[in-house]
Design a protein around this ligand. Structure first.
Ligand code: F6P
Length: 527
């Protein structure tokens, strides 16, 4: 054990101001790794400085990348940006306070009790992480999320709210203002309002880019407010913009501390000295563990129920940022790091068996929170608490991994609060920026996502055409091939088959399947 202790001391990063420490000693990197990668790290530091100074760090979209300004507006390269950020934070604080005081609300001495945030990807994952991590029983508003176009998922949220819809503030969050899932969620909630005879627009707030389709709609219909975010804020790094701040402030979370945590972490991680820069150390560990090629997966294991959303949040942050076909020179590289995880010790009874004994294609990031946040001790056996067990399971798994030659690093925070959550988020954001420089990719665009969106539009088009065709020929029966030919998609039988299976499984869609001797001999008709 003495060898572990020495290495632990050699590579232990501890920062009292941030309440953060990082232990990289259980990563099997050689002692000269820091020196070997130093030139690339120096380039990464320079690039991060340029980015923070307002360089076009996302050349494909010709955009600056300014999430660091959101928590230190004075850093922004133009005065108008500084003023816009300050103004937005001020408006968010005032709006939340006014809602809490009941001065904005449903009237008749009622107050907003709940909110639903309708958004997806970066416009939901960060807010959900913050909401769940910092929830208290005294929250001003109870948070709900609609982050998909799943009708049953939407109904589930609406059923939980029931007749309290009038006392529910609706935030529609979409940077682009044109994301389909978010638009659908908004329309579904409108219908729910109409069914209860309530005016949707009296409860609605937009969070979007000024001038977007959503912004224009909010203004035209006279929604309560439209809060801005800007083209220089990426969706996955928007949690310190109105996207994260507004729901947090409404819930009652201390957004000043949250921003302060992020700002303080930015200050520490801006230093061009790897030995005192925790974000650079993380990036370096990713570089080492995955050979700079994503050859190993990142398992996120927070030992804290409140951080259960962290793995999902990190999935977008890491995989949408790093998962790229081309590097910045246009060379095909197919980069990325796969991320998964949930929470410890729960996962110990699920997939940790494979981590310890199975295929060695991962490295674990343990997140340890020292504070158990219990005032009175409850002893399980002797003087041992549940929190003692939680830590014991973390340390036990960490040791078991080491013994089996599997790598892990541990990030420790003292307490989970608004400040430390801000620290963690800023830490990972900066690590992404540095790592992207190390592997020479643009972390700030997501060209691949468009392919799937285009594919979905084609499906909707085919679906509409096949419904029309069946209705125009009501009473007749058709095979998949016949419909495909009739609607002008003769090569698309497979996708049409899937569409018809979906339609006919939902009796309210007016399509009936007459089963054949095998799935492909079925015929379809109107009901
Ligand atoms: O399609 C991917 C994506 O653009 C993400 O990058 C983004 O966070 C998400 O969709 C939601 O986008 P928006 O906030 O514009 O609705």
């Amino acid at each position: 054990m003495a060898k572990y202790w020495q290495r632990f001391k050699d590579y232990y990063y501890d920062n009292k101001e941030l309440g953060l420490s990082i232990d990289t000693s259980r990563m099997n990197f050689p002692d000269n790794l820091f020196d070997l990668v130093e030139p690339q790290l120096q380039r990464a530091y320079r690039e991060m400085t340029e980015l923070e100074d307002g360089a076009i760090a996302n050349p494909d979209e010709n955009r600056m990348v300014g999430h660091y300004w959101l928590r230190n507006p004075a850093l922004a390269p133009f005065e108008e940006i500084t003023a816009a950020i300050n103004n937005s934070i001020e408006r968010i604080s005032v709006f939340a306070k006014t809602v809490h005081q009941g001065m904005i609300g449903p009237g008749n001495e009622k107050r907003f009790k709940n909110f639903i945030l309708i958004g997806i990807g970066g416009s939901a994952l960060g807010p959900q992480l913050v909401s769940d991590a910092l929830w208290t029983k005294n929250d001003y508003l109870k948070p709900y999320y609609i982050d998909n176009t799943d009708p049953d998922g939407i109904d589930r949220v609406l059923a939980k709210i029931g007749m309290e819809l009038e006392e529910t503030l609706i935030m529609v969050a979409s940077k682009s203002g044109g994301t389909t899932e978010t638009y659908n969620g908004m329309q579904e909630v409108r219908v729910a309002f109409a069914k209860q005879g309530i005016t949707f627009t009296n409860n609605a707030v937009a969070i979007t880019m000024p001038g977007s389709k959503l912004d224009l709609l909010a203004k035209e219909e006279g929604w309560l407010e439209s809060f801005p975010l800007w083209d220089w804020v990426g969706g996955r790094t928007s949690v310190t913009s109105a996207v994260g701040l507004l729901p947090a402030a409404l819930q009652g979370i201390d957004i000043t501390s949250f921003l302060k945590g992020a700002r303080s972490c930015d200050e520490q991680t801006r230093q061009p000295n790897t030995s005192v820069n925790p974000a650079a150390q993380l990036a370096l560990m990713w570089f080492h563990a995955t050979d700079g090629k994503g050859s190993k997966d990142m398992v996120i294991l927070p030992y804290k129920d409140r951080l259960q959303h962290l793995a999902c949040y990190m999935q977008q942050l890491v995989m949408e940022s790093l998962g790229k076909k081309y590097d910045r020179n246009g060379v095909e590289v197919n980069q990325g790091i796969s991320v998964y995880g949930n929470k410890g010790s729960t996962d110990q009874h699920a997939y940790v068996q494979q981590l310890i004994e199975g295929v060695n294609n991962f490295f674990v990031t343990f997140i340890e929170v020292l504070g158990d946040e219990r005032k009175d001790n409850i002893y399980i056996t002797g003087n041992i608490t549940s929190g003692d067990y939680l830590q014991a399971f973390l340390l036990g798994t960490r040791q078991a991994l080491t013994q089996q030659g599997r790598e892990s690093l541990t990030i420790t925070i003292k307490h989970l609060d608004a400040f430390s959550l801000g620290v963690l988020i800023a830490l990972f954001e900066r690590a992404i920026g540095i790592y992207a420089s190390l592997i020479n990719i643009n972390a700030y665009h997501q060209p691949g996502v468009e392919l799937g969106k285009k594919g979905a539009n084609m499906i909707i088009d085919m679906l509409a055409k096949s419904l029309d065709y069946l209705q125009q020929n009501s009473g007749e029966t058709f095979s998949v091939e016949e419909i495909a030919a009739a609607i002008g998609n003769p090569e698309d039988e497979e996708r049409l088959f899937k569409i018809l299976e979906h339609l006919s499984a939902n009796s309210n869609r007016g399509v009936k399947k007459i089963c054949g001797i095998d799935p492909f001999k079925s015929r379809y008709t109107t009901i």
